[in-house]
Structure formats: C-alpha cells, structure tokens
Design a protein around this ligand. Structure first.
Ligand code: PLP
Length: 213
C-alpha cells in the first residue's frame, strides 16, 4: 500500500499517521494467511459470527492482532463483539451504547469505540445523523460512561466522497475527537489527504470478494 503512504505524504502527513485496516470479510483463508505473512496485523470485519469463525484461532497464533468491527451491530451480539473485537466502529444508538457498556463491565474488556455517522442521511444506512452526532457522543460519555475514540462514515456511493470526509472531520473536531475512520478501496487516497487516521480497504488489497452477497 505504497499509494496510501504517498497520499499521506502529499498532504504533509507522516505515512504512519494513517492506519491501513484490511477488510477481510468474505475473503478465503489463503488470502488471509498471505496477508498475515506480509506483516499486516489490523483487520476489519462486518459480521460478528463470520469474524469469530475466521479469527478465533488465528487470534491465539498472532498476539499482536487488532480486529475491528465495521458492520452494523445488533444488541444481542454486543457481548460477543466486546469479547472478540479490539475496536468497534459502528456505535450509533443509545440502546447499543447501553448494551456495550454492560458487556464491557461484565467481561472486563473495553474495546475502543467509534461513532458511525450517516453523513449522507441515507435511509438504508446505519449511523447517527450529522445533527445528532455531538449530542450522541456526549451521551455516550456522560450517560453510558463510554470513551469514544473517533468517528466513522461510509459516504453515499453516488456522491463525491470529499464532502462527506470533510463533514466527518469537522464533526470530529467539534466533538474533540481526533480519529477518523474513512475511505475504502475506491477513495482511500482521497480520505488520507483529507485527514483519515484509518482507511478500510478490502478488494483493492485482497482482490474482489469471491462470493458477493
Ligand atoms: C466492505 C467494507 C469495506 C471495504 O470495502 P472495499 O470496497 O472492498 O474496500 C469498508 N468499510 C466497510 C464498512 C465495509 O463494509
């Protein structure tokens, strides 16, 4: 991913200020193992159960693995997610905040948390609206005792991503947060230029997912 490093440098940022999160959902085992062999240790998944199957054993082999949940989380999976993931990027409602807080207390494990923002206000997409973001982050902190590390977004496919990345950066700034999870295969270089601290790259890294579903 030298293109990621180049994009960061062009923006006057240090290349290691942008974390590459390898999105391994639906990828075959041999590609996962080949990626691990390159030294990549930060991976993202969008489903709890699928991630358990892929990572439960590899976790024991690679003590320095970092697993990130980047897909929607149901409250009945909150405890499983807290048990497996190091970072949960899709916190977007009070009920989930309450379940996560309870699971963290129970398991004594505190994954880092990102609030997902639905920057395009799309009906079918998860995330809090831009207008709700500051008050939601505040409630997570004060009502649920959760520390929030940053914000995450998935821009609408048909709109220029730059506007959404800039909006996410502004909201994070207003919320006093300095971590931004934004940018995927099609636009991770743009995201890196606009302040992403992590980019979530799947197909551009592994190749197309074999069984899209
Ligand atoms: C699948 C997925 C990605 C990676 O998508 P690519 O286009 O393959 O890079 C990034 N973020 C989320 C939330 C995803 O679900």
């Amino acid at each position: 991913m030298s293109r990621l490093a180049d994009a960061a440098k062009q923006a006057g940022r240090s290349p290691d200020s942008v974390q590459l999160v390898a999105i391994s959902k639906k990828q075959p085992d041999e590609r996962i193992d080949a990626m691990l062999a390159t030294g990549q240790r930060v991976f993202g998944e969008n489903r709890v159960q699928e991630a358990q199957g892929r990572w439960a054993e590899r976790r024991n082999q690679y003590s320095d693995l970092e697993l990130r949940l980047v897909g929607p989380l149901q409250t009945n999976k909150a405890e499983d997610a807290v048990a497996l993931f190091d970072v949960i990027e899709t916190l977007d409602r009070d009920k989930l905040a309450a379940h996560l807080a309870k699971a963290m207390d129970k398991l004594g494990r505190r994954p880092r948390l990102y609030v997902q923002v639905n920057t395009g206000e799309e009906a079918q997409k998860a995330g809090v609206t831009p207008a709700e973001t500051l008050s939601f982050v505040d409630r997570c902190r004060r009502e649920f005792g959760l520390q929030i590390e940053g914000l995450m977004c998935i821009p609408p496919v048909e709109e220029p991503a730059a506007l959404h990345f800039a909006l996410l950066a502004r909201l994070a700034d207003e919320a006093g947060l300095n971590k931004l999870s934004m940018g995927m295969s099609a636009d991770y270089e743009l995201a890196a230029r606009l302040g992403a601290t992590s980019v979530r790259v799947g197909s551009a890294l592994f190749g197309a997912r074999p069984n899209p579903a």
